[in-house]
Design a protein around this ligand. Structure first.
Ligand SMILES: [Zn+2]
Length: 233
């Protein structure tokens, strides 16, 4: 399966040239242009309200992109103080952020059904059809790939804790690392984005303090986003 030439979620950060070897050559001919060093992709899962109220405005301020994987997680339909509204998601989409599919039902290892279920919600709420996805609980199901291709998906984020090598990795199981909310962990992960590798970071949280959930990630994502504009090395 060839990845498309489109960069999933472009975000270039200032990184040092840490000593990692060159990623594999391009035996399948998937690259249409070289992958620059310092390419980091930010992804945010689970439709949390502060993705719209905290993260997106900061990313927008600095001209960065991001991918937000949407599901009807937990009390999505009843606690709109905790989870994004469709109005907020439409605004983010109009601002150029990638609004991706995280399934209806937060279904790890899903078949196509839960993805189509979330697509229906997108359509019913006037959001563009998603073409990227994040596997819930990082659980990929390769058997679903043909159906995803047939429904015009291009990339899917998995989760194996290493950098993404587009010339070698399955574009429907893109490796990512979990961002734990600290600046040091971000720096150490981002330093892997060299020599043909792309670092994909996953942030589950950035939950509002009102939700009673992990406020640390709220602070962490805010700090991270603000520091993206500061030379780190
Ligand atoms: Zn999730």
């Amino acid at each position: 399966m060839k990845p498309t030439p489109r960069i999933l979620l472009p975000l270039v950060l200032a990184l040092c040239s840490h000593a990692y070897g060159q990623a594999s050559a391009d035996p399948f001919g998937v690259l249409r242009k070289p992958i620059p060093d310092k390419l980091v992709i930010l992804t945010f899962d689970d439709s949390v309200a502060s993705h719209a109220t905290v993260v997106a405005p900061i990313l927008k301020q600095f001209g960065f992109g991001g991918s937000f994987f949407i599901c009807d997680f937990d009390s999505f339909n009843t606690r709109k103080d905790w989870y994004m509204t469709w109005d907020q998601m439409r605004t983010m989409s109009n601002d150029g952020f990638d609004m991706g599919n995280h399934t209806l039902g937060h279904a790890g290892g899903a078949s196509i059904g839960p993805f189509l279920g979330m697509e229906y919600e997108f359509a019913a709420n006037n959001l563009p059809k998603p073409t990227t996805l994040g596997w819930p609980v990082f659980m990929n199901n390769p058997a679903t790939t043909p159906d995803l291709v047939a429904h015009h998906y291009t990339f899917g984020r998995g989760g194996v804790g290493r950098a993404y090598v587009p010339t070698a990795d399955d574009p429907f199981n893109i490796p990512c690392s979990f961002f734990n909310g600290t600046y040091d962990s971000f720096v150490s992960e981002a330093q892997r984005a060299i020599n043909g590798r792309i670092m994909v970071l996953s942030t589950l949280g950035c939950l509002t303090r009102d939700s009673g959930q992990d406020a640390r990630t709220t602070c962490g994502a805010g700090i991270l986003a603000r520091r993206l504009s500061i030379p780190m090395f």
